[in-house]
Design a protein around this ligand. Structure first.
Ligand code: LLP
Length: 418
């Protein structure tokens, strides 16, 4: 449930007409509803009230400081994948003892930074990484708390680009090898094993892949415990899907119940790393129609948001609902909604039957709160758009739009070219 709705045919976010925000900040821009963000977090978190757990919001889904702070204020920890994300989440005020660090390519300086920051644990993705963490911790005279990210080899039945828990994916350590890897980790002086981790993919709309992964991890945990390796945390990653179009993902409560039904016998603190399910439907992208035209009988609606603002359609052919900010009596027409970028893959919607949009009007690209701004770029030298947070009847610019000077920041022309 979210707080974007029509009042007298005009799209509102909470208690503000979207067009009013557009007038103040210009298009394109990302618009988030505070009430929706808070609600989604609380619904997910409270679904696990019956078991000891930590929600570590997956910062990659949306890493704006204000948005991170909303979750931090609700007690959230953070799932990070880089030194940059660690910097961001700490700056936003995250509790370092609720930070988990995944990622197949952690650099030594990132590992040192995480050790200095005393994060809860590293989710280790390879034997070599384990050695490097042990060596770094040794040099710093510290002990690194770790879990192994186990690749349980289950098919999450999602887009191949966002599937991560099958044995041919680059992520984690094969479940068959993981017991041996744990045995080895136990011998390392600067490693403390505290958990087991997995993350099998994203935009998962069925419960069964999560359960399959959990069953495999449970077996592993009991083998580890039989060998006297103590496991305090079981991190089940993120991945729960949302409705973009007509998908019917499980409600967080059903997802939680299915998991809790199977874990009552495991004495652990459970970690979840949700991203999309919290922020996806709490944010939209507002754009203006620049032109309409017809090429070879095909209607194109050219808008001022491009693949640099929202990369998901061009990367994954993903669906985002397009809604006019003002509803009017008009015909529906088959259209391609495209951006200004010089690539044919620069589109927001393809072959979509939508109201006949006109030059100058505003559209809302729905469900853009996750992996929207966080994957945006400056391609075609387009400044990145502002982000705005609505709370009740007020709105706040939580990231200013970039200007032209931002585009060349850090560039230098060497003297020999002068
Ligand atoms: N934990 C780990 C280790 C992850 O790699 C991810 C996402 C998450 C948690 C959060 O997953 P979520 O709950 O959001 O599904 N850019 C793609 C999604 C990539 C997901 C990467 N990992 C998209 O726009 O669909």
């Amino acid at each position: 449930m979210n707080y974007f709705h029509y009042v007298d045919n005009k799209l509102w976010c909470e208690n503000i007409p979207v067009a009013e925000v557009a007038k103040a900040v210009g298009t394109p821009f990302y618009l988030y509803s505070h009430r929706t963000l808070e609600r989604h977090f609380k619904v997910f978190d409270s679904a696990f009230d019956d078991i000891p757990h930590i929600i570590c919001f997956s910062a990659k889904a949306n890493s704006n400081a204000a948005i991170l702070k909303i979750f931090i204020n609700e007690g959230s920890g953070m799932d990070i994948v880089s030194g940059g994300e660690l910097y961001r989440v700490l700056k936003a005020g995250a509790d370092s003892r609720k930070i988990v660090y995944s990622g197949v390519g952690k650099r030594e300086e990132e590992i040192r930074y995480a050790l200095e920051s005393d994060i809860l644990m590293f989710n280790v993705e390879s034997s070599q990484e384990l050695e490097v963490i042990n060596a770094c911790a040794g040099k710093m005279d510290r002990v690194a708390r770790i879990s192994l990210r186990v690749n349980p080899d289950v098919d999450p039945m999602t887009h191949p680009h966002i599937s991560t828990g099958m044995k041919e994916n680059k992520f984690g350590i094969n479940i068959e090898k993981s017991l041996d890897e744990y045995r080895h980790a136990r011998k390392l002086d600067h490693i403390e094993i505290i958990g087991v981790d997995c993350h099998i993919g994203s935009q998962i709309t069925e419960i069964s892949p999560f359960i399959d992964a959990l069953d495999r991890l449970k077996e592993l945990i009991s083998s580890l415990r039989n060998e006297g390796i103590s496991i305090k945390y079981l991190d089940l990653g993120g991945g729960l899907g949302i409705t973009y179009d007509n998908e019917t993902p499980p409600h967080p409560q059903d997802y939680a119940k299915a998991i809790m039904d199977r874990i009552r016998d495991i004495d652990c603190t459970f970690i979840f790393e949700p991203g999309r399910v919290i922020v996806g439907n709490a944010g939209i992208l507002i754009s203006e129609v620049l032109y309409t035209k017809t090429n070879a009988d095909k209607r194109f609606v050219v808008v001022d948001a491009g693949m640099n603002d929202l990369a998901r359609p061009s990367l994954y052919d993903s669906y985002h609902k397009i809604q006019p900010v003002e509803l009017k009596e008009r015909a529906d027409i088959l259209s391609d909604v495209v951006g200004p970028i010089c690539e044919s893959s620069d589109y927001i919607a393809r072959g979509r039957v939508i109201p006949e949009l006109e030059r100058g009007e505003l559209i809302a690209v729905m469900s853009a709160g996750a992996y929207g701004f966080s994957m945006s770029s400056n391609y075609n030298s387009r400044p990145r758009s502002p982000e705005v947070l609505v709370r009740g009847g007020e709105f706040y610019v939580i990231r200013s739009g970039e200007n032209q000077a931002d585009l060349t920041r850090g560039e230098n022309i060497p003297d020999f070219l002068q």
